[in-house]
Ligand binder design. Structure first.
Ligand SMILES: Cc1ncc(COP(=O)(O)O)c(C=O)c1O
Length: 462
């Protein structure tokens, strides 16, 4: 890595940024546009985004030229694909936790599948879209999570939404962690109006809600929804207790293992394996997009009948083209590596990197949320500070996601860094120093006190 310069914003640039209004407002203000013209009424949102983009604080819809590895060439939305537009730098904004997207065996599996079966599944899984690779993948996933009956989906989002809408009817209830992924919460809202958000990781609150529902309705179903590792907080629920509560109140537990399966736990079995719950959780679902080098998702359950229900009622499974043979073969090979000694070594490397990055960030005064994992969330709180810090980091060619509503609640902005097994120590240190400088600099420049919504003090949840 070349000589390091810490990047700061010039005071007059920040003053101009504040004056132009690009730090003000949030997406929530545009959530319910009004007026008879459905097209025209989207324009205020576009104008607000354009203002942000013009001032370098529009952090979305970037593109990577080449592979999304520990170093990547990243382009802002709307910039041309030439060398001048793309910024090569250390990359903490892509999801490839075990670095399997660049693994020669995974790439070779994808290449062979392309040669043998072509690029296309050419049908829904319910018609003729399955392939030998997708059938083998179902079996391998079932073995890893010890739930025999696996249903594949073209995306993780579809798995969450499809599962919940296929199982839950308007008379049923969903009790879901308030910080659960949008796919889970949107699935719940689409399935029933009886949705209760429980306080994050608060099993006492889950018990209270279950008891209240059961005392007035013994006849209908309750789905309790949580994640194996929370994607914006890097924290983990008490799965044995959650499952116990579900049994006690006749509810069904769903655990979304999108971020932990493969990357954590013995043999890559995720939080479920770490907590001794393999084969004991009612329903497990996940996404391949974080660790398994592909789009796609799955639902696994010990019940064959649930698989049938999904086959005929989960829209994103039934009415969408199946995973391509290339995607299925990619995930299958990634799964083989995850379960091997090499997978164990990659997980150990990933964890070492996560711990090193968190330690280096702490040295700069940053507060990381949750536990060491591939997700390293740097707490900020203020959207304004997060946007400005995000701009400074982009200009320093340090690629991180500045996350604000709707990814997280209002007032709970953060920088989310995602670590890969193949990040090098000097990249972690460089990234941490730049993040520290950018956040401290942005806070000082905007006069935002770190005492409330602190990046140094106790975390307050949004
Ligand atoms: C917890 C969780 N579930 C589901 C999904 C959806 O997965 P995908 O992006 O692969 O469709 C995500 C992705 O961001 C996620 O974080």
């Amino acid at each position: 890595m070349h000589e390091e310069t810490l990047h700061f914003e010039r005071a007059d640039d920040v003053a101009q940024l504040v004056a132009c209004g690009a730090l003000r407002g949030n997406v929530a203000q545009f959530a319910q546009p009004r007026g008879p013209d459905l097209v025209k009424r989207t324009e205020p949102l576009d104008a607000w985004c354009a203002l942000r983009a013009a001032h370098g604080v529009w952090q979305y819809a970037r593109a990577v030229d080449g592979a999304p590895g520990p170093e990547a060439r990243v382009r802002e939305e709307g910039t041309a694909s030439d060398a001048a537009g793309a910024m090569a730098g250390v990359n903490f904004a892509s999801q490839d936790y075990l670095s399997l997207a660049s693994h020669p065996a995974v790439r070779e599996a994808a290449r062979l599948a392309l040669l043998e079966a072509g690029p296309h599944s050419a049908g829904s899984a319910v018609l003729q879209g399955n392939s030998s690779a997708s059938l083998a993948l179902e079996a391998a996933l079932g073995a890893l999570v010890r739930c025999e009956h696996v249903t594949l989906f073209p995306t993780g989002w579809g798995a969450a939404f499809g599962l919940i809408t296929a199982l839950v009817t308007p008379r049923d209830y969903v009790v879901v962690d308030q910080l659960a992924h949008a796919s889970l919460r949107q699935g719940a809202s689409a399935a029933t109006r009886n949705v209760a958000l429980h306080r994050h990781l608060d099993t006492g609150h889950v018990r209270e809600l279950l008891a209240a529902i059961r005392s007035r309705d013994p006849d209908n179903g309750i789905l309790v929804v949580t994640e194996g590792l929370f994607s914006m907080d890097s924290d983990v629920p008490d799965l044995p207790l959650m499952q116990h509560l579900c049994r006690e109140y006749g509810a069904t537990l769903l655990v979304d293992v999108a971020h932990d399966l493969g990357a954590l736990g013995p043999g890559g079995s995720g939080s479920i394996g770490e907590q001794g719950m393999l084969g004991k959780v009612d329903i497990v679902m996940g996404a391949f997009s974080k660790t398994f080098a592909s789009n796609g998702g799955f639902v696994a359950c010990a019940s064959r009948a649930v698989k049938r229900q999904l086959q005929l009622f989960a829209g994103p499974h039934l009415f969408s083209n199946a995973l391509s043979p290339v995607q299925a073969a990619t995930v299958l090979e990634a799964l083989r590596i995850v379960g091997s000694g090499e997978g164990e070594a990659l997980r150990a490397g990933l964890l070492r990197n996560a711990v090193a990055l968190r330690a280096a960030l702490a040295e700069t005064g940053m507060r990381c949320l949750g536990l060491p994992s591939a997700i390293v969330p740097v707490w900020i709180g203020s959207e304004q500070v997060a946007r400005l810090a995000g701009r400074t980091l982009a200009r320093a060619n340090v690629h991180v996601n500045a996350v604000e509503f709707p990814g997280v609640p209002l007032g709970a902005a953060r920088l989310r860094l995602q670590v890969m097994a193949e990040h090098r120590v000097e990249q972690l240190r460089h990234g941490a120093r730049q993040v520290g400088a950018a956040v401290n600099g942005a806070g000082a420049a905007l006069g935002v006190e770190p005492a409330h919504g602190p990046w140094r003090g106790e975390r307050s949840r949004g």
